[in-house]
Design a protein around this ligand. Structure first.
Ligand code: GLC
Length: 611
């Protein structure tokens, strides 16, 4: 028999795959054979253009590391009604310079009990309002022709209570209860609750749900999201096959949703257990064997020490990309405090990581901002108290703090714990919404500058910048969810509103707020795409700007050196420019013959290229 690409790729990974599998599943060799057959079957179903793309990407393994990469995430319905609508709007996506598009969950999910699509009832069917699987494939084909990579969530920790497996489990059909965590009494659940922190303490307290018939099932997130039991090989097989099914529809990037949670063990926090890494490593190998052009993006919203291990090692890689979540949260902290010390420290930590760790950088996404900051350090440096500081940040970003024009809303505000998180769009959090409502042109200018500076900051970091749809035209909060009984309790809908095309219409008019933001952002992106200093393998370090309000980031590639300054305060400041010398500011094209410092506008920034 002729050896295929599949055989070759399998051969190189067979021993490790088998070893990991057998370790996790008690040497069940028969099950392992079944797993390998499933991989072969999935490969057999991979269509020709995708296989051709796999080959191209295998020959250029750094294809997703270019500095031209620019992401955007959006909700299909909010953006364009349905999948066909998105296909019709690809021109706009291209105009935004976007070549990596993350579509928020779009698979079948029960109305009103869907957690924004994160409770999937069928991994092989599209939500009917959004279209069909064929529509998704058509969109993926169109994106591929335009060289836009498509990312889709793979909600793997749980299924909806309406998923076929859940229904069968509820009905007592043999083999299905074992796919979840079922209990007849509260004894074990109570023991779990001793050590497992809550995800949604106010909107969905506890980690278990009692069904009408008295049975108890594990539900770490919402009560209608039943946790899958990956200790059962049938779950791992079927979910891997579902993942590969999506990859075979033409999805380029699979976002492993809530991945740290997928292995549960009594007496632990049920987060980041070693078995999670074995599972992710096996998924990585499964993709490398079946669809090597497909990437894994891990959703690990954890402190930095927990995030980096999801990259795995050079010999045994796990995820291709991870979110730079702590930098995001620290950025907002920095804006509220006007003091860059913590951000500087955070960056030093990021800069110390291997350069091939690829992060997705973002300011806002569909979720809340959790205040996961380095509190021990803040306490040591400033005597900061964690609860008081979270209250300060929340007061600041909800506009309750004097002088703040921010317009956010709290998320999961548990008065007992005092650790509410925060929602809102970038523009509203930067004060643009309040300034526009007040009709104050000076405030508006400053708030818009702040919005643009934060984007410049995001683009200055190594990795893939991802815009949250609407931010490119300064979208405000959408308060309509307050009147929707299905959404009212979940303030994340504040920043998941309808895309306002009427605002986007103004994007080419520089006299409008939308035009200023859109054109400003485009200019930044073009500079980034054209400037080698933004390469992922550039040397990056933080410097002392001489002013606690200003962050100084340096990027060097070969002979080229870029000095980036960001004023996180609402005041005019003068900041030092490293070694001094002749510079050109790239955004405005200003040339400086010989400078040691530069003046920055309130919430302004400068990208200075050394000559
Ligand atoms: C992820 C998603 C979030 C969702 C949760 C449960 O954290 O980002 O929106 O609520 O998973 O699936």
């Amino acid at each position: 028999m002729k050896t295929t690409a599949f055989d070759q790729r399998l051969e190189g990974r067979y021993d490790e795959l088998k070893w990991l599998y057998c370790e996790l599943y008690q040497n069940d060799l028969e099950a392992f054979q079944g797993f390998v057959e499933m991989l072969r079957r999935s490969w057999g179903q991979r269509k020709r253009p995708l296989r051709a793309q796999d080959a191209r990407r295998e020959a250029d393994p750094d294809w997703y590391r270019h500095r031209e990469l620019l992401g955007m995430m959006l909700y299909v319905d909010a953006f364009a009604g349905d999948l066909a609508g998105v296909r019709g709007k690809l021109d706009y996506i291209r105009e935004c310079g976007v070549n990596y598009l993350h579509l928020m969950p779009l698979l079948q999910s029960p109305k009103g009990r869907s957690d924004g699509g994160y409770a999937v009832s069928d991994f092989r069917a599209v939500q009917p309002e959004l279209g069909t699987m064929e529509d998704l494939e058509r969109l993926a084909d169109a994106c591929r022709r335009l060289q836009i990579s498509l990312c889709l969530d793979f909600v793997m920790n749980h299924t909806s209570e309406e998923h076929e497996w859940a229904k069968k489990a509820r009905a007592g059909e043999p083999g299905y209860r074992e796919r979840y965590f079922f209990y007849d009494s509260w004894d074990v659940p109570r023991e779990f609750e001793q050590t497992v922190p809550q995800v949604f303490p106010t909107t969905a307290p506890g980690s278990f749900t009692q069904l009408e018939d008295g049975q108890i099932v594990m539900t770490s997130f919402y009560p209608y999201q039943w946790d899958l039991n990956y200790a059962n090989p049938a779950v791992f097989h079927d979910m891997t096959e579902n993942l590969l099914y999506l990859a075979n529809r033409g999805i380029d990037v699979i976002r492993l949703d809530a991945v740290p949670y997928i292995w549960k063990q009594l007496g632990t926090s049920c987060r980041n257990l070693p078995q999670v890494h074995s599972l992710v490593r096996m998924l990585r190998m499964a993709c490398e064997i079946v669809c090597p052009g497909v990437l894994l993006l891990g959703e690990v919203v954890m402190e930095p020490a927990k995030v980096a291990p999801y990259f795995g090692t050079t010999e045994k890689p796990e995820c291709h990309m991870l979110y730079n979540v702590t930098t995001m949260a620290t950025t907002w902290h920095t804006l509220a405090t006007g003091d860059v010390s913590l951000l500087k420290r955070q960056l030093e930590a990021v800069c110390a990581l291997p350069k091939d760790f690829l992060f997705l950088n973002y300011l806002r996404c569909h979720d809340d901002i959790g205040w996961g900051l380095d509190y021990p350090w803040l306490r040591e440096q400033f005597g900061t108290d964690e609860v008081a500081h979270k209250r300060y940040l929340n007061d600041w970003f909800t506009g309750r703090f004097p002088g703040s024009d921010s317009r956010g809303e709290l998320y999961n505000d548990d008065p007992r714990l005092g650790d509410a998180r925060l929602c809102g769009t970038t523009a509203s959090l930067c004060g643009v919404e309040a300034a526009e409502l007040e009709g104050d042109p000076f405030k508006l200018e400053r708030a818009a500058a702040c919005d643009l500076t934060l984007h410049a900051w995001m683009l200055s970091q190594s990795g893939i910048p991802v815009i949250y749809s609407g931010d490119e035209v300064g979208r405000f909060n959408d308060y309509a969810y307050h009147d929707d009984p299905d959404k009212r309790e979940d303030s994340r809908y504040l920043h998941r509103g309808r895309f306002q095309w009427e605002l986007a219409e103004r994007r080419n008019d520089p006299d409008t707020l939308q035009g200023k933001l859109f054109q400003g952002l485009r200019r930044l992106e073009r500079i980034r795409a054209g400037e080698p200093c933004f390469d992922g393998d550039a040397d990056v370090w933080v410097e002392d700007s001489g002013d606690a309000r200003v962050l100084a980031l340096c990027r060097r590639k070969g002979e080229r050196e870029l000095f980036c300054l960001f004023n996180f305060s609402g005041e005019f400041v003068r900041a030092g420019v490293g070694r001094g010398g002749a510079y050109t500011e790239l955004m405005y094209g200003t040339h400086y013959d010989s400078i040691r410092c530069v003046d920055l506008w309130p919430n302004g920034f400068a990208w200075l290229l050394r000559e």
